[in-house]
Unconditional design. Structure first.
Lengths: 239, 125
């Protein structure tokens, strides 16, 4: 016999997963049609589901528990990122020392400054962890947040914002400060605005796409290796 | 097409599993990142067939953001924080994103300019 609670749990899971997929799918189609970077389907889905849960008085915990199977796809999603890395291995071979050192310094500065400023202004450790990981691509950023006891949802939001800023304002800003080479533009946007920036700038040229996805993956790996060390050290001195 | 889907899922799963084993012995990086590196290597040394995997992976990469929607909805538990510090948070995110963007862009552009200059000098010699 299958107990009625099990049936209601399975049907709740099915309902919320299908709802999430349907909402996301319609926004993805909308973005495809209108080709606007700010119509980000992940952001719009979140902004649609929140009022839905509030309207029907559904506690977030129930929704989250029902959709855990989506969250479980996080790990294979990180593995899949190995594909663009494989595609761009040739690019790294030629320039790897410059790129590695530059991204290493960049990631170090970005994580430290975000963590210090947030801790000093808001004084909440979990929020500071989340903001310092905002330039890391979502699957790795969320995995690191869990490891360092940050706040998942704040990280997810900060990542979307960092992505949107770089995707929308990155290209005009870089041209303004005379960073005009497709390689440099791609590398900068991939490092600061991860997959969202990469998706936007990839439409410009193949070189933009290659350097941007290269920067996104290399800086994610650097962050995964060094962010626990940086954050633990800073937390030790600041708290 | 169907066999390509099975092949892709199997490849990613195998890499992730190997990553879990490595993580158990060497807990420095998350298992998924070990898996990612193994995946890259297996493709690079042509042990896995990139052509068979490409369509599936590209589809997955294009759509994976849907998996993070539930985590994002969790912001619902942070309304107090946003009311109190929302503006500060957005300002910090904005400022530090631009800092990283500007730093990486400027330094790499300068490096490229220097490389170009040496190439021109060598040519004129």
């Amino acid at each position: 016999m299958i107990s009625p609670t099990l049936i209601s749990m399975i049907s709740a899971a099915l309902f919320f997963i299908l709802l999430t997929l349907a909402v996301y799918h319609s926004y993805a189609k909308l973005q495809q049609k209108l080709q606007k970077a700010w119509l980000n389907p992940m952001l719009l889905s979140i902004l649609t589901l929140i009022p839905f849960l509030l309207l029907f008085n559904i506690p977030f915990e129930q929704y989250y528990q029902a959709t855990t199977s989506l969250n479980k796809l996080l790990e294979p999603a990180v593995v899949a990122l190995g594909f663009p890395l494989y595609q761009h291995l040739q690019t790294i071979k030629k320039q790897w020392r410059h790129i590695m050192v530059l991204l290493l310094v960049g990631v170090f500065i970005a994580i430290s400054i975000s963590f210090i400023i947030t801790l000093l202004t808001i004084n909440q450790y979990d929020i500071a962890v989340s903001l310092s990981l905002k330039s890391v691509t979502t699957p790795i950023g969320i995995a690191l947040t869990e490891q360092l006891n940050g706040s998942n949802s704040i990280t997810a939001f900060a990542i979307i914002l960092a992505g949107l800023f770089g995707a929308l304002l990155g290209p005009p800003w870089l041209s303004l400060i005379k960073v005009t080479s497709p390689k440099a533009q791609g590398l900068a946007i991939g490092a600061a605005s991860h997959a969202l920036g990469t998706a936007t700038i990839s439409k410009v040229s193949y070189e933009h796409a290659a350097y941007s996805s290269l920067a996104l993956i290399i800086s994610a790996v650097i962050s995964a290796i060094f962010s626990p060390m940086i954050i633990n050290t800073l937390a030790h001195f600041l708290q | 097409m169907f066999s390509h889907i099975i092949y892709s899922i199997f490849s990613v799963g195998l890499c992730l599993l190997t990553g879990k084993v490595i993580e158990a012995f060497l807990p420095i990086l998350p298992a998924s990142l070990y898996g990612m590196m193994i995946f890259t290597m297996l493709l690079h040394f042509k042990i896995l067939n990139a052509k068979r995997i490409q369509p599936c992976i590209e589809w997955a990469l294009a759509n994976m953001a849907v998996c993070f929607v539930p985590a994002g909805v969790g912001i619902i538990n942070h309304f107090e924080l946003i009311k109190a510090h929302g503006f500060t948070l957005v300002t910090i995110i904005f400022f530090t994103t631009f800092l990283l963007l500007t730093f990486v862009g400027l330094v790499y552009q300068r490096q490229l300019n220097r490389q170009q200059l040496t190439a021109i000098k060598e040519q004129s010699k």
